[in-house]
Design a protein around this ligand. Structure first.
Ligand code: GDP
Length: 432
């Protein structure tokens, strides 16, 4: 059976921690989209890790970790990550790389930088990991698939063509040095030598595993609001962040996905530009939550830049869960809110004087103002609690208020960054 763990919001909801927790009962963990532009932070018995490319099952020796065909594979980043985790005493992970995954080339990273430079004040706030240029090339059919690295003549010819196209932009638009196909070829040869031991027909591997009754986790990156179709376009990422895409990016049938865990954080955070309706505008209040947030503050796992923070946004999260097709909601980072006397929640939007519960398209979203309801805080530390009934009453009220507004069952509550900081609960809301 296949379970997907995906973000209901803007990313950074704590998916890595939930995947790491569930990986103990899984046989395979698959990354199906995105690249090294975002990171999962995981805290376990080996230490604290920021994973950008490795699936979150790498700490578990019984798990086969797969980089699926939908991923933007940055080979040097992957190798560095493996070295880092092995260096901290984690046994060498079982890792397979899809022969259909495509490779982030150094020029993708450069193009990302040059384009942000060109846009200057109007930049997207990209992490400059080469993700948008990478996916543009994939769909323009000039990307490099892993299997193509192993066919010399084909590769050389392809690189010539890539250089002809790229150099026009490099020289004339960005006024930079042109690419040299010989050098790119050398880079490709280096890449193929390091990844050779890991390359496999991962879709066949997963097919066999499913026939043997194995459990597979699909690990999403970012969240619904960053999906290129259903998110806050154009302030989105360049690959689909939805569970449905998990079937494509991992190479398995959609009907195999039996459980979809939408991870939703007990307050909001977002990185980069774009509309963020429930944002806390008072800088002191925002800084207080940012400092207390996550585990060591709300600062990007990849870039270290401060995240924008906001109150829980029911409108965006309900939409986020719906588009993900949530069978379960994992409600995370709840412990952080213990300092507040009262907790604002954004329950609807006001757009041009009208109240709405529906998440609008981006141009309308820019005009949306939050309609806030305040709930009483619980004013204590809830870390260490393992049973739902033992949570303070106001804390349960907060969870149940949000669950009712969402209309999706909150079956997991995360009250700390560690694996064991998780409370499972029965919900009265029927699963999809
Ligand atoms: P991801 O990309 O969705 O995996 O999210 P990130 O790793 O970027 O951000 C989640 C942050 O919150 C990390 O620092 C986690 O260690 C931390 N975290 C996850 N769950 C909890 C929780 O329940 N409580 C607290 N305090 N921190 C958490």
């Amino acid at each position: 059976m296949v379970k997907a763990i995906v973000g209901a919001n803007w990313g950074d909801e704590g998916k890595g921690k939930i995947t790491d927790t569930l990986a103990s009962e899984a046989d395979i963990v698959i990354r199906f989209q995105g690249g090294a532009n975002a990171g999962h932070t995981i805290k376990n018995e080996y230490g604290k890790f920021a994973l950008h490319t490795c699936p979150s099952g790498v700490f578990n020796q019984n798990v086969t970790n797969i980089i699926g065909n939908g991923v933007a594979l940055n080979i040097p980043v992957l190798m560095k990550e493996i070295d880092d985790i092995v260096g901290k005493g984690v046994p060498k992970p079982n890792l397979l790389i899809s022969d259909r995954a495509q490779i982030v080339m150094p020029y993708h990273v450069k193009f990302d930088e040059y384009e942000e430079e060109r846009l200057s004040g109007k930049a997207f706030g990209s992490t400059k990991s080469g993700i948008a240029p990478f996916y543009s090339d994939k769909y323009a059919k000039i990307g490099i698939q892993v299997q193509e690295l192993f066919d010399d003549d084909y590769l050389k010819e392809k690189l010539e063509n890539i250089c002809a196209l790229k150099n026009t932009m490099l020289v004339h638009l960005y006024k930079k040095e042109p690419l040299n196909p010989e050098e790119l070829y050398k880079t490709c040869v280096e890449y193929r030598e390091v990844i050779k031991p890991y390359v496999a027909d991962t879709a066949s591997f997963v097919d066999k595993a499913l026939k043997e009754g194995k459990t597979v986790l699909l690990e999403g990156q970012l969240g619904t609001m960053k999906d290129p179709d259903h998110g806050i376009y154009p302030m989105v990422t360049s690959s689909s962040t939805l569970a449905a895409y998990g079937a494509i990016g991992a190479g398995l049938p959609p009907y195999e996905i039996k459980q979809i865990i939408a991870v939703s954080k007990a307050y909001s955070s977002a990185v980069g530009a774009g509309a963020f309706v429930s944002e806390i505008l008072d800088p002191d209040k925002a800084e207080e939550l940012r400092k207390r947030g996550g585990d060591g503050g709300e600062y990007g796992a990849t870039t270290g830049r401060p995240r924008r923070v906001g109150w829980y946004d029911v409108v965006a999260s309900r939409y986020g869960c719906r588009l993900q097709g949530a069978t379960d909601v994992a409600f995370t980072v709840l412990d952080v809110l213990g300092y507040l006397d009262e907790i604002p929640v954004c329950v609807s939007y006001e757009i041009d004087g009208e109240i709405t519960d529906d998440f609008p398209t981006s141009r309308l979203l820019e005009k949306a103002k939050p309609v806030i309801e305040k709930l009483p805080g619980w004013k204590c530390d809830i870390r260490g609690i393992r049973k739902y009934e033992e949570l303070p009453q106001n804390c349960r009220k907060y969870i149940e208020f949000i669950e009712e507004k969402l209309g999706f069952p909150i079956t997991m509550v995360s009250n700390g960054p560690a694996r064991e900081d998780i409370i499972y609960r029965e919900s009265n809301i029927k699963r999809n």
